[in-house]
Design a protein around this ligand. Sequence first.
Ligand code: NDP
Length: 507
Amino acid sequence: MTHDLTLISGAGAVPAPTDVFIAQHLINGAWVSSASGQTFDRFSPANGQLVTQATLGGEAEVEAAIAAARTAFDDRRWSDTSGKERATFLLKVADLIDANRSRIALYETMESGKPIAQAEAEIEGAADIWRFAASLARTIHGDSHNTLGPDMLGVVLKEPIGVVSMITPWNFPFLIVSQKLPFALAAGCTAVIKPSELTSATTVILGQHLIEAGLPAGVVNIVLGYGDPVGTNLTNHPDVDMVSFTGSTAVGKAIVAATSKTLKKVSLELGGKNPQVIFPDADLDEAADAIVFGIYFNAGQCCNSGSRIIVHHDIAAVLIRKIVELSRKVPFGDPLNPSTKVGAIISSQHQAKIDGYVKEAVMAGATVAIGGAPLTIDGMSGEFYQPTVVANVTKNMAIASEEVFGPVLSVLTFTTFDEALEIANGGDYGLSAGVWSQDISTCLKFARRVQAGTVWTNTWMDGFAELPFGGAKESGLGRELGHHGMDEYLETKTVQMRIGKTRSRWV
Ligand code: NDP
């Protein structure tokens, strides 16, 4: 039954682009096509329109891009610039992102299927991150040790780590590259970026703005193409010093294995099966609204998706009722319509995967409180999925522990604090977690004991450029954002300075 949902069709939508976006690699300051002449197409997952035709990169393009980044790092054309110069550059990029927000958001929506209003907000948020990184560029410093005796001074320097490979996914293409690149540039690194082959356009647009803002050739390079061979070559190349990756845990593990041959630094932002525990004294209306936001935002295709709730047995029925009522009011539909809050699913294969999880859970005894099937939107030929709440989920079901990556909420119940914590900490992920209670002691106790990189108390998915983000357990290694995010791109060097000829001879 979909007639009681809030569905948005095309009337009032912003116009789609009329031209196909032609995407090329950015290598050593020039826009180039692959020598093979091969290309790949990206069609809108909402309506099948051809959005982007991209040149298909292979080993030769990766080799050229890494060579450009290596040379640009080794001849110090970027790392020798002052913090002030780097900050000025990053601020210029932020201004260009703001000035071109509508265009960037349009391509982000066309390729990813996310709602245009959300895309606009993400691009605005990305510009803010570039500004925050600019503020850090002027504050990089090590420390000094002046207590080593009158003849010695110890100086600890912070230096850029070198050439960084950045591999990004399709769910937040512009935001995620903006969680990596400005921090690496602030630190003085050079980079080669591979966006997901599903969402190349906005990373290419970012490259255009980097050039417009005056970035020296070779400092940032972009290679378009598939995980194999572009991603694999970016992770096993000896001239790369660090890999920063966001995507699935399975690929994250493959990257750790690939980088171990040359012992590169690795920063991984991986998946999550993020629990929210709702205690009986919680404000259930607030919690229900945040739960609905947490599961339907980006159609649930979000590492931070609040995809499982663990609710006290006594309030489960009333909370589920509130969530179902709100689910009916969330506008699903045409991503180009500014009223839409939930758009398309990234691909038909992914849609089938989402549906498979729901069907399997039902076979295992779970019940569907709302949704549980693909969704048809008038006039749209693409993939959409109904807002879905699956109740009576138990710990052993795949839907309770694996990433569904769709608008599908799993509901589990508990009776004691320890039981709730045990369910929350079960499984391999540890990205984020939430707790709902009006008792601050309960919130703090939970926050201290839950295994997660981020904990929200009486809220969900607030985010700030100042605060680090990343995962515990199999949700990742390292942190993005905050000053911790920039520290990832810095190496520590110790300089021990003897003052005068005071060293006692050994021989
Ligand atoms: P992947 O982890 O497969 O891909 C992420 C990026 O890594 C893409 O650019 C991809 O290239 C690239 N890549 C793939 N294989 C390799 C490799 N061996 N070496 C280096 N780079 C590689 O995510 P998917 O896009 O395929 O999504 C699959 C699942 O991953 C989702 O259903 C979801 O569960 C999870 N996911 C989690 C995300 C998160 O934010 N934590 C984000 C996206 C997905 P390409 O795809 O172009 O071939």
